[in-house]
Design a protein around this ligand. Sequence first.
Ligand code: ZN
Length: 287
Amino acid sequence: MLVSAKEMLNKAKAGKYAVGQFNINNLEWTKAILQTAEELKSPVILGVSEGAGKYMCGYTTIVGMVNGMINELGITVPVALHLDHGSYEGAKQCIEAGFSSVMFDGSHYPIEENIAKTKELVAICEEKGLSLEAEVGAIGGEEDGVVGNGEVADPEECKMIADLGVTMLAAGIGNIHGKYPANWAGLSFDTLAKIQELTGTMPLVLHGGTGIPADMIQKAISLGVSKINVNTECQLAFAEATRKYIEAGKDLEGKGFDPRKLLADGTAAIKATVKEKMELFGSVNKA
Ligand SMILES: [Zn+2]
């Protein structure tokens, strides 16, 4: 059964570790992440962007697939199904479809409008027992076609949004979606410390987890980050392993063209990446 991310993240915040949000793209992705979480006894959040939602034939298809897998694979660890960077309308659609968690990304609205819309969603999520993530300060890099500039959030605005009763808060602290450029300035730990000071026990979310050095990840966790989003890294691992399989000519040997074989190495690479992240984030054996 899907659960809200609230309890797993409050536990993570108190225990000074982070739960990974791993974005899904298809059946192989979802299966790889769920199996790894179960093997490592780690709570897990499956992230779905609106673009990936369309690709996977809509939110109800995804809810059906994930619930079916939890059942068929005998998954016992807590699993949250979460809309990543949702629009106001997208959030409502996911709630309707049976997601257990949504993010409303109102960071591009003026703060007053972000607050008004967030408030409305807080009320809906509270009533249904779902978790809600809000964002202050756009995250840099490309987010489903929207390119941002690695902003740093205003800690006072973070407190305003946190006080509305959201479950977790994403704040830009110089992090970027996708690959980090060579001249990246690193995370702004001063900003993170200030946000944590003002928002207290609120679990903080770090987007753009791909390519942030391990020591920075650990420092961010020590400063209150309890959820870390990983997307690009699984994609790169999957693509590399699949390319190697084809370049080695394995698809031309016997029934190597069978998709169950063709996608097997890429799927194993996703599992290895998820395992590495769960170990780094400290969520192993926390289910
Ligand atoms: Zn993000």
